[in-house]
Design a protein around this ligand. Structure first.
Ligand code: CAA
Length: 283
């Protein structure tokens, strides 16, 4: 199946990144959010990213304007009627996602694939909201999307080979490396990453070392580009907590229990970089 028109639901950090990468690789993109101002904010971020590429002489001003023209804004889900694939990158909340997928199933043409960028929610359960579970799939991009090479492609129970192969080819056309994963809590990426971050938080909680020193150990000792606590702030502590809760509930094993310090920070509104405070201070 040939994909030309992509609709991206959610103009936040992930959605905007996905829209940018799709436009830069020749797709016609519709960037959707609930309000025009959210879409505008996403578009502004994309322009800023592209402007940096112009300054580094990687793309021309003309390319930048062409990519921007390829991204149209949307505030009506019914615009899905024009899409060959919809990539949902809305809030990590099962009820919200189910609601979006039920509506997309009504509006999108019958050939359209409905993909979700969820970081840990079950694809099979989201697919069950639609009458086309064979066309529902996980397409998990990493943050920052324009930089990170991986797309975890997650098969739900009913995902067809045709859907999988189309999404695999599309990921390659975005110059990403798709990796096939089955539908289990946290998939592969977050099943491994989040317990490491949670353990780093326990290390601070138990007074073993400061956040700076925990990060230094992992950067210098393990060659990680960012220490786990800087990364947690970058991902968002609310997202980290949500994923840990999904793992804890999904596997029922106490080794996934979120650290109380993580809960405390989230309750305090210390959500990391986006709120100005997390394990580090950004103000
Ligand atoms: N958006 C777009 N591009 C960005 C960016 C952003 N937010 N931040 C940095 N970059 C680009 C820079 O422009 C630069 O590009 P060039 O090399 O082409 O000039 C490149 O990334 C390197 O940037 P810097 O030199 O400023 O900084 P760095 O070397 O420290 O790299 C980083 C920044 C790529 C973010 C690096 O620190 C890194 O890889 N960190 C780990 C990121 C990671 O683990 N992501 C996965 C998070 S988990 C997830 O996303 C899934 C989930 O479900 C939670």
């Amino acid at each position: 199946m040939e994909i030309q028109k992509v609709m991206v639901i959610g103009a936040g950090q992930m959605g905007a990144g996905i829209a940018q990468v799709c436009a830069m690789n020749g797709y016609d993109v519709m960037l959707h959010d609930l309000k025009e101002e959210y879409v505008e904010k996403g578009l502004k971020g994309i322009r800023k990213q592209l402007q940096r590429q112009v300054e580094k002489d990687r793309i021309s001003e003309t390319d930048m304007e062409r990519f921007m023209r390829q991204i149209h804004s949307s505030t009506r889900l019914s615009n899905a009627e024009e899409a060959d694939i919809v990539i949902e990158a809305a809030l990590e909340n099962m009820e919200i996602k189910k609601n979006i997928f039920a509506q997309l199933d009504e509006f999108a043409p019958s050939h359209a694939i409905l993909a979700t960028n969820t970081s840990s929610l079950p694809i099979t359960e989201i697919a069950a909201e639609t009458k086309r579970p064979e066309k529902v799939i996980g397409m998990h991009f990493m943050n920052p999307v324009p930089v990170m090479k991986l797309v975890e492609v997650i098969r739900g129970l009913a995902t067809s080979d045709e859907t999988f192969n189309t999404v695999k080819s599309m990921s390659e056309s975005l110059k990403k490396t798709p990796v096939e994963v089955n539908d289990f809590p946290g998939f592969v990426s977050n099943r491994i990453l989040m317990p490491m971050i949670n353990e780093a938080i326990y290390t601070v909680f138990e007074g073993v070392a400061t956040p700076e020193d925990v990060d230094e150990v992992m950067k210098l000792g393990m060659n990680h580009p960012m220490g786990p606590l800087t990364l947690a702030d970058f991902i968002g502590l609310d997202t980290c907590l949500y994923i840990m809760e999904t793992l804890h509930e999904g596997f029922g094993d106490d080794k996934y229990r979120p650290c109380p310090l993580l809960r405390k920070y989230v309750k305090a509104g210390w959500l990391g970089k986006k709120s100005g405070r997390g394990f580090y201070n950004y103000s």
